[in-house]
Design a protein around this ligand. Structure first.
Ligand SMILES: [Zn+2]
Length: 381
């Protein structure tokens, strides 16, 4: 949809100045909390402080206690709600398949039926909880892409959600953080995309589509997890059965954009690095590509590139395609090399700024904004 590299660069041109300023403000707010906690006015906010103070601010400024919210999102209820809502919208039913052959006892298998005809269209597996040795992110895998077979029949798609949602304990069911519920809806968007396909060829089946469209169905699914009337259908307190109060949903929605500057910059960092590695220049110098490049820079750049590739959530067996991730499962700090982390979060801004300036050879962002986000702890060039 972007069609050419200039459009992508123009997009970043437009976004980055405002986002960098927003990120700077967000760092300053969190930095004041850190200074208060440590009684040290010179304490420098580090990358690993980000999520802690994000949670603190969510509670202090918006009244959102993640554990209070989780009481309304038992996993089984969220799955039932997810299936009820999408079943109604798309005319589907999801009977369980109790005797399916699966790779672990935790895995539950569902069939997808057309509600009117009763025809089985596809199947999907749900592997919700972490365990030793398991894939550690959240993803939807198209295990069998749908396609037309030589005998004229249609090969039934099979997908799987592999996630790491909060596990139940001896005295408590699996209670999801709201962002985990968002992740589940997001991944199920990929499952629907993969399993409701009618493509003739596997190459174009489900999420084997143009890469910048892959996340679209999942974004629509995410939207429903912020809607009070949708949540009222299934988000009920695991002990009292009371539906989630509208006022609590309003608080969640109000806090949705907390630190959106930093989280968007993190996503842009992936995109900018990707453009740098795979953009139009023929002559790729991996040591020069990234601002933290230097004597150990190539290794750091490769680590960052690997990190970018593994932060994906829709996978396609036919083309091994991967995509960037939404905010829902971006619970990890950015892929920052150790030398950058020692410089704190301001250096994270500096990294993005310099990376962008590197690919955008005339450095128009630097000149147009006048900001030098590297601050006192300037990075190696
Ligand atoms: Zn996704």
């Amino acid at each position: 949809m972007a069609k050419d590299p200039e459009t992508v660069q123009g997009f970043y041109d437009e976004l980055l100045p405002a986002l960098i300023e927003k990120g700077r403000q967000e760092i300053e707010v969190m930095g004041r909390l850190l200074a208060g906690d440590t009684a040290d006015a010179s304490a420098e906010l580090q990358v690993w402080d980000w999520r802690f103070y994000d949670t603190q601010l969510r509670k202090l400024d918006y009244g959102v206690d993640n554990n209070e919210v989780a009481a309304y999102f038992p996993l089984e209820q969220v799955i039932d709600g997810l299936l009820a809502v999408t079943g109604e919208v798309f005319g589907l039913e999801y009977p369980r398949v109790p005797d399916a052959s699966v790779w672990h006892p935790d895995v539950v298998t569902y069939a997808i039926h057309d509600a009117d005809s009763g025809e089985e269209l596809a199947r999907f597996h749900m592997d919700p909880h972490p365990r030793d040795g398991k894939f550690s992110h959240a993803a939807a895998f198209d295990l069998v892409p749908g396609r037309r077979l030589p005998d004229g029949s249609y090969r039934q798609p099979v997908s799987a959600i592999v996630a790491n949602l909060t596990k139940p304990t001896a005295d408590r069911p699996s209670l999801l953080q709201h962002n985990e519920a968002v992740t589940l809806f997001h991944e199920f968007g990929h499952v629907l995309h993969q399993t409701l396909t009618q493509a003739e060829l596997a190459r174009f089946s489900g999420t084997n589509t143009e890469r910048d469209f892959v996340e679209a169905p999942s974004q629509i699914m995410e939207h429903w997890t912020w809607n009070a009337s949708v949540l009222a259908r299934f988000a009920r307190h695991h002990e009292t059965g009371e539906p989630i109060p509208e006022v609590l949903v309003s608080k969640l929605v109000a806090a949705r954009d907390l630190n959106v500057g930093l989280s968007t910059l993190r996503q842009i960092q992936f995109g900018v690095l990707d453009m740098d590695l795979h953009g139009p220049d023929d002559d790729k110098d991996i040591d020069a590509i990234h601002p933290w490049a230097g004597p150990t820079g190539a290794r750091s750049s490769r680590r960052a590139a690997r990190s970018t590739r593994t932060r994906c959530c829709a996978t396609s067996s036919a083309a091994s395609r991967t995509t960037g991730r939404s905010s829902a499962s971006s619970a990890s700090p950015p892929p920052t090399a150790p030398s950058r982390m020692s410089g704190g979060l301001f250096s994270f801004l500096g990294t993005i700024h310099r990376t962008f300036a590197h690919i955008h050879r005339d450095s128009t962002v630097r000149s147009s904004t006048g900001v030098t986000p590297g601050g006192a702890t300037s990075a190696r060039p």
